[in-house]
Design a protein around this ligand. Structure first.
Ligand code: DX5
Ligand code: ZN
Length: 214
């Protein structure tokens, strides 16, 4: 194991104290900050855009991992890059042939991720898994934090991990179920309510890190 990264999602944080919340997890030793961008079309929820990402970029040194749950990543990805994001993932469900977009983003030195929903077969992304830098395997249906972990997608994580693909697992992950996510071969664990929904987010990060470094 080892070298597994913890990426808190700010979706479940107290936005009235966003700066303090980010500082808490940064000081607790998280590796990446996961920013869930939703457009109200690809998912039935709207969160935030480049303006907030730019603010976050100013107040933290953490790498920003923008998860585009939007219908038009081709149009918007560059606005998030320009806002200070170095890592951007988009959903296979909205891009039939993602090779062009992947190449364009990589040319701009973006770390590119391809995300797939629990209901999307692994076969849909297999032709692209070695073109992207990582794959995001969703373990909830995207749109909201605090949902119940879906176990079946861990099969996809196992297969991708055995193929040497870097895998980020996203949705419903808590300290209590992190071990099986890690054992499936995950390289990056995203947790929103499992960190910011806890009474002590810093303590939650430390517990995730302890599991990750076993
Ligand atoms: C869901 C998002 C996830 C979510 C994770 O659409 O992509 O990143 O915020 O939050 P939890 O860990 O609460 O499921
Ligand atoms: Zn996400």
């Amino acid at each position: 194991m080892g070298n597994i990264k913890i990426a808190p999602s700010i979706l479940s944080c107290d936005f009235s104290r966003l700066g303090e919340e980010i500082k808490k997890v940064e000081e607790a030793g998280c590796d990446i900050l996961h920013l869930d961008v939703m457009d109200g079309h690809f998912v039935p929820n709207i969160t935030f855009g480049p303006l907030l990402v730019e603010t976050i970029h100013r107040i933290t040194n953490l790498p920003l991992d923008v998860h585009l749950m939007i219908e038009d990543p081709e149009f918007y990805w560059k606005k998030f890059k320009d806002a200070g994001t170095s890592i951007i993932s988009f959903h296979k469900e909205v891009v039939e042939s993602p090779n062009g977009l992947i190449d364009t983003m990589k040319r701009e030195n973006v770390t590119v991720g391809l995300a797939l929903n629990p209901g999307t077969p692994l076969e849909d992304i297999l032709p692209f898994v070695h073109s992207v830098d990582f794959v995001v395997v969703m373990t909830v249906d995207p749109g909201f934090g605090g949902q119940k972990f879906i176990e079946e997608p861990l099969e996809k994580v196992k297969i991708l991990s055995e193929m040497g693909v870097t895998v980020e697992v996203d949705g419903g992950i808590r300290v209590s179920n992190a071990k099986k996510v890690i054992e499936s071969g995950a390289d990056i664990l995203v947790s929103g309510s499992g960190v910011f929904g806890e009474p002590d987010p810093a303590e939650a990060v430390k517990r995730f890190k302890a599991l990750a470094n076993r």
